[in-house]
Every structure is written in structure tokens, then in C-alpha cells.
Write a protein that binds this ligand. Structure first.
Ligand code: BES
Ligand code: ZN
Ligand code: ZN
Length: 474
């Protein structure tokens, strides 16, 4: 399905073409459609299809960017199952660039589904989704460019996350990154294999992968435009599978753990979009790609690991593996001297308990930076909320035998104690420059929600892109 913006009023029901009107409930009841619809029992809640005119009415409580984005997805999904080749969408009220962007992005992200493993791929007659802009209120070229780049990047991230763990191994992610750098052109790609990781003394990272027959990889993508004003380094948890290790997950909790690479995939998607948009910011994306498995050589609860930063870590639970991979990657990332350092990770089930499945947790020591990121995330359409660190939770990760313990000693506050664990490996000079984003909830949900299909959502990509673009403006 293609999206476009039309400056002529084609809202007339040409054969094979459907129409949709997005309207607030209060405007609908005053509209000429109200009387007719009422005779069918529709009073302005949700969608109603007037077959005769091939017109879908979409009523929302209020028209804002969130409802427009969701309506874009909902309209595109609705017509995917009907025999129309195009749908022309009108918005009641004034249009502008951000409304146009929201609607078209919603449409492109709403129709994505993972069909790679179906022997029959469903086909849809719908080929075009057209926004009507008859008053010429939208800068079409700019809006369409950004919509295509961001949607493509989010959908590609969803596709890699949905890729089965048998296929999507650390080597596969590394190959993907190499291909990406060739495709995009202005991206460099460096891969660290097992031997290089040993040389780098990334012993915590290596321990996690030890029982896997798939070797680990550190992926380092960089985008260095001329005249860059800032350097942002992103780090992503790329666990291509997390069975829990010897602290094995119960069967029901193991399913979906192919999505434990979501943070790593997200940072690759962000850098791709930023490079294609040509932002004047230097960006690095570092993915810690590993597989947490069991075996005779597995790392164990009771082990003590020597991390790259030099701090020792007592392992009490091998299922708290993401933070072990991340701290070595964060150490490598700090050597790049970032102005801002952000990690994205499906780090804790506790974050999902705290905020629900649809919201990511933002943590860090810099309130202003956290607030800035939250604002950009919300504007991008991703739900995020900040979780506060405190000194009492920090005591829970103290270890008797090592410098720090990989799990908290209380069953409560797990999202924050995981964040505080990472914080132990952030050098003093970067403490105020660092953010940790726990995307464990929204990264992968096994039901359709908002503009997301069942499965991977691409959480982190839209928020990360908006945040970086905002840094370019600041
Ligand atoms: N990958 C999981 C976290 C997770 C849970 C992601 C649910 C997505 C959905 C992580 O490695 C993990 O297992 N964390 C443990 C930590 C615990 C052992 C301290 C958890 O959350 O239970
Ligand atoms: Zn785990
Ligand atoms: Zn994990």
C-alpha cells in the first residue's frame, strides 16, 4: 500500500475508490450524515460504513495527533479486507504537517503484518491511501519523505524482531547491519567477533553467551555527517534468545523471548532513519548481540564476572543477563565520549508490571534529559513514563562477595534496581548524559493495539528518532 497527498478534491466516489472521513463526535452530530446514520443505529461512536457512497465515517472523541494516527491505522486496516483499490481520506477541520504525518504514519504502520512464515500470503486490493489536502495546508514533499523513512525503518525493525530465533542469531544481526551500511551509504559498520570481545575484556557479555552454539557479536554502526553539532551514542540489548540460562524461565515465560533483541534492533532502525533524514548529529548504534542458553559450559548463579569497566559482578540469577551484556557495551560506548548516551532494552518484567504493556520506562540521573526524552516520545506517539531512582533501592544490589550483584535482594522495584545496576557502570562524567529506556512492555505484545500489529511493535524507534531530531534543533 502506498500513501500520498492529493491537492485536488477527489472525494467523490470514483469506481473502485472508497472514501473515509475523520470527524469528532461533536462535529458528526451536527453533520448531514447524522440523521441517515441514526436510522441505522449509529450515533457517532467508532466507525460506520455507508456502503452506497463507499464512505467510512470514523468518529473520535477529540481530534488530536494520537487519535489521527490511530484512525490512519484503523482506516487502512478496515479497507484491507474490502475490494477497493484506493481510499481517499478527509479530515474534518484544519490540516497541518503534523496531522498529515500522523495519519499517513498510522496507515503505513497499521497495515504491517509479519507474513514470512505463512505459506499463503493474504492479498489486499487496497493499493493507495490518499490524504485529501484540498486547501493546500501541508508541505507534502517534507511530510512524505519523513513518513516513508520512519515507517520503513519501524516496519523493518518489526520484521527482524519477528524473525524466528533459529534464523535471527547474533551473526544474522551482524550481517543485517553490514548490509544496512551498504544500503544506506553514509553508515559505517564495525563488527566485533568473539575474539575481539575477549580482547576488549567484555567478560560479562561473553559469559552470557557461553552456553550458546551461536557466537556473540558486538555491532557498531556509526553515522558521522559533516558539521555535526553533537554526538549521541545508542546502545541496544540484542538477546536473540533468552531462555533464562540455568535460572531457566518457566515454559510460558519463555515464549516471545525471540523479542529480547528488540532494543538492539531499535537502535539499528533509529540510526538508519537518522542517516536517511540527513540530520546534523553524529550517531552511533551499538548492539550487544548474544543468546542466553543452557549447557555444560553455561555461566552460573554464584559466578563472579570481571566486567570491561573493571567492576566485579556476582551472578545470582542468569536470567538477569541483559544488564550483563549492556554494561560491557555501555563501557565501550563511553569510550566514544558521547554528549548523550541512551540504552534501549527489554530489560525487566518488573517494568511491565509497573507501567503496563504499552508504556516504556525512562530512567537516569538527569531530570531535564528524562523530561526531554519523555516529551519527544509522547509526541512521536510512543507511551513512556519516568521511573525514579532512589538510594534505598540502590542498596538492594549490593553484593557481599563482589562489587555489585546482578539482581536486587527484594522482589519489588525490579525495573529501577536494574536501571541502578547499569548506573554502576556509567562513569561519573557521563552520569548526567545517560538515559536507560526499558521497552520490555511495548516491544512485543501478542495482540493488536494502537497502530501496532500483534508481535513486534518497533518500540523505541519513533521516540529515538524524534529525540535525536530535536537535539539537532536545540
Ligand atoms: N528479557 C527479560 C525481561 C523481559 C520480561 C522482557 C518480559 C520482556 C518481557 C530479562 O532478561 C529477564 O528475564 N529479567 C528478569 C530479571 C530478574 C531475574 C531479576 C525478570 O524480569 O524477571
Ligand atoms: Zn532474562
Ligand atoms: Zn532478557
Amino acid at each position: 500500500m502506498k500513501v500520498s497527498i492529493s491537492k485536488t478534491n477527489t472525494f467523490s466516489g470514483t469506481k473502485g475508490c472508497a472514501q473515509a472521513l475523520l470527524i469528532s463526535k461533536s462535529a458528526f452530530v451536527k453533520s448531514p450524515y447524522a440523521k441517515l446514520c441514526k436510522s441505522f443505529g449509529f450515533e457517532g461512536e467508532g466507525k460506520f460504513f455507508l456502503q452506497e457512497q463507499a464512505l467510512l465515517l470514523v468518529c473520535v472523541e477529540v481530534i488530536n495527533l494520537d487519535s489521527i494516527r490511530e484512525a490512519g491505522a484503523s482506516i487502512a486496516r478496515y479497507f484491507r479486507a474490502l475490494p477497493y483499490k484506493s481510499v481517499s481520506v478527509a479530515l474534518n477541520g484544519k490540516l497541518d504537517d503534523s496531522k498529515a504525518y500522523a495519519l499517513l504514519l498510522g496507515a503505513l504502520l497499521g497495515v504491517y503484518e509479519c507474513v514470512s512464515y505463512k505459506s499463503k500470503t493474504p492479498s489486499s486490493a487496497l493499493k493507495e491511501f490518499i490524504l485529501l489536502d484540498k486547501d493546500n495546508e501541508v508541505a507534502s514533499v517534507n511530510v512524505l519523505k519523513k513518513v516513508h523513512i520512519v515507517a520503513q525503518s519501524v516496519n523493518e525493525v518489526r520484521e527482524i524482531i519477528n524473525t524466528i530465533p533459529q534464523v535471527a542469531t547474533p551473526k544474522y544481526l551482524a550481517k543485517y547491519a553490514k548490509d544496512l551500511s551498504k544500503e544506506v551509504g553514509n553508515l559505517e559498520c564495525k563488527i566485533l567477533d568473539e575474539e575481539a570481545l575477549q580482547k576488549e575484556k567484555m567478560n560479562a557479555f561473553l559469559a552470557v553467551n557461553r552456553a550458546s552454539c551461536n557466537p556473540p557479536r558486538l555491532i557498531h554502526l556509526s553515522y558521522k555527517p559533516k558539521g555535526a553539532t553533537k554526538r549521541i551514542v545508542l546502545v541496544g540489548k540484542g538477546l536473540t534468545y533468552d531462555c533464562g540460562g540455568l535460572s531457566l524461565k518457566p515454559a510460558d515465560f519463555m515464549v516471545t523471548m525471540k523479542a529480547d533483541k528488540s532494543g538492539g534492533c531499535a537502535v539499528m532502525g533509529i540510526i538508519k532513519a537518522i542517516a536517511q533524514l540527513g540530520a546534523k548529529i553524529e550517531v552511533h548504534s551499538i548492539v550487544g548481540a548474544a543468546e542466553n542458553m543452557i549447557g555444560g559450559n553455561a555461566y552460573k548463579p554464584d559466578d563472579v564476572l570481571y566486567s570491561r569497566e573493571g567492576k566485579t559482578i556476582e551472578v545470582r540469577n542468569t536470567d538477569a543477563e541483559g544488564r550483563l551484556v549492556l554494561v560491557d557495551c555501555l563501557s565501550y560506548a563511553q569510550d566514544l565520549k558521547p554528549d548523550i548516551l541512551i540504552d534501549f532494552a527489554t530489560l525487566t518484567g518488573a517494568c511491565v508490571v509497573a507501567l503496563g504493556e504499552y508504556t516504556s520506562g525512562i530512567m537516569g540521573h538527569n531530570d531535564k534529559l528524562k523530561a526531554q526524552f519523555e516529551k519527544c516520545a509522547l509526541e512521536s506517539g510512543e507511551l513512556m513514563a519516568t521511573l525514579p531512582f532512589n538510594a534505598h533501592l540502590k542498596k538492594l544490589i549490593e553484593s557481599k562477595i563482589a562489587d555489585v550483584c546482578n539482581v536486587g535482594s527484594s522482589r519489588y522495584g525490579g525495573a529501577i534496581s536494574a536501571g541502578l545496576f547499569l548506573s554502576q557502570f556509567i562513569r561519573e562524567e557521563f552520569k548526567q548524559k545517560w538515559l536507560h529506556i526499558d521497552i520490555a512492555g511495548p516491544a512485543y505484545v501478542e495482540r493488536e493495539w494502537d497502530i501496532n500489529p500483534s508481535g513486534a511493535s518497533g518500540a523505541g524507534v519513533r521516540a529515538g528518532v524524534e529525540f535525536i531530531l530535536a537535539q539537532g534543533k536545540a
